[in-house]
Design a protein. Structure first.
Length: 249
């Protein structure tokens, strides 16, 4: 860290992985803003109180990041309250798992518009400022299932694979300006998202993980913090798997 405490914006910030990312960055001295869906205002207030009880002062804001207008509104409000965003963690994501023959167009749209669309909608409004200031970190939370595909996840795997295509392309635009863009690809992590899977399906997936366990949100957050760090300015366009050995390439 430099003398100034950097500002980090975390989309999906009150979710399973997002919470651990916010905790980790706040403990490292970043000023952190967590973004949640506008329908989760009450939960966000509880979440803020829980962080305060841990000694972490973290602001929260509601935004529907499937919408570009909301992304712009969000970033303008963050900048008004706290100043420019220096670290952006794109962690907002949902699942609508179904075999393709049962998948409705709405299941496809919802996942692509949030999981991939939010990457544009949150990054575009912060991008020019990062280039102008000569510093920025964009960290996209993808998934092992964007790297290897997954039965029942054509929508999710497409969005997650797309996130890394975005990282590699944008990394080239930021490289000469001190702005890095990287992807973290978690495997199966202990969160509400993986708990929502049928128990037998989950058990058979865990049995196939070489480490024989799911990851913890803190294990993902540690890698996000690594990419965010000022000293890690020579890594860009990378995709770091954190998956217990589930997929190696
Ligand atoms: N491979 C091959 N065939 C499979 C299969 C698999 N993994 N799973 C089920 N099948 C077969 C069944 O044997 C059955 O075959 P028959 O029709 O020949 O009997 C058929 O598929 C069942 O098809 P259905 O459409 O009825 O499937 P379903 O409704 O029972 O289950 C599903 C579909 C809900 C998508 C379920 O497969 C599932 O939950 N899959 C796991 C999806 C997953 O991993 N999600 C991750 C969520 S967490 C996350 O996404 C975070 C992250 O980044 C990792």
């Amino acid at each position: 860290m430099t003398q100034q405490r950097r500002l980090a914006l975390v989309t999906g910030g009150t979710g399973g992985i997002g919470t651990a990312v916010c905790q980790r960055l706040a403990k490292e001295g970043y000023r952190v803003v967590a973004v949640h869906h506008p329908s989760e205002e009450a939960q966000a207030a509880e979440w803020r109180a829980a962080r305060a009880a841990e000694g972490l002062e973290i602001d929260t804001l509601g935004a529907d990041l499937a919408s570009f207008e909301d992304g712009q509104r969000l970033v303008a409000e963050v900048e008004r309250r706290h100043g420019p965003v220096e670290v952006l963690v794109n962690g907002a994501g949902i699942t609508r798992d179904k075999t393709f023959r049962k998948m409705e167009h709405a299941d496809w749209e919802a996942v692509i518009r949030l999981n991939l669309g939010s990457v544009f909608n949150a990054t575009r409004p912060v991008w020019e400022g990062m280039l102008e200031r000569g510093f920025g970190r964009v960290i996209n939370i993808s998934s092992v299932n964007g790297q290897r595909g997954q039965f029942g996840q054509t929508n999710y795997a497409s969005a997650k694979a797309g996130m890394h295509g975005f990282s590699m392309a944008l990394a080239q635009e930021g490289a000469a300006k001190g702005v890095t863009v990287n992807t973290v690809s978690p495997g199966y992590v202990e969160t509400a998202m993986t708990l929502a899977m049928r128990e037998d399906v989950r058990a058979s997936i865990v049995a196939g993980i070489p480490m024989r366990r799911m990851g913890t949100p803190a294990e993902i957050a540690a890698v996000v913090a690594f990419f965010a760090a000022d000293e890690n300015g020579y890594i860009t366009g990378a995709n770091l798997p954190v998956n217990g050995g589930l997929f190696m390439h």
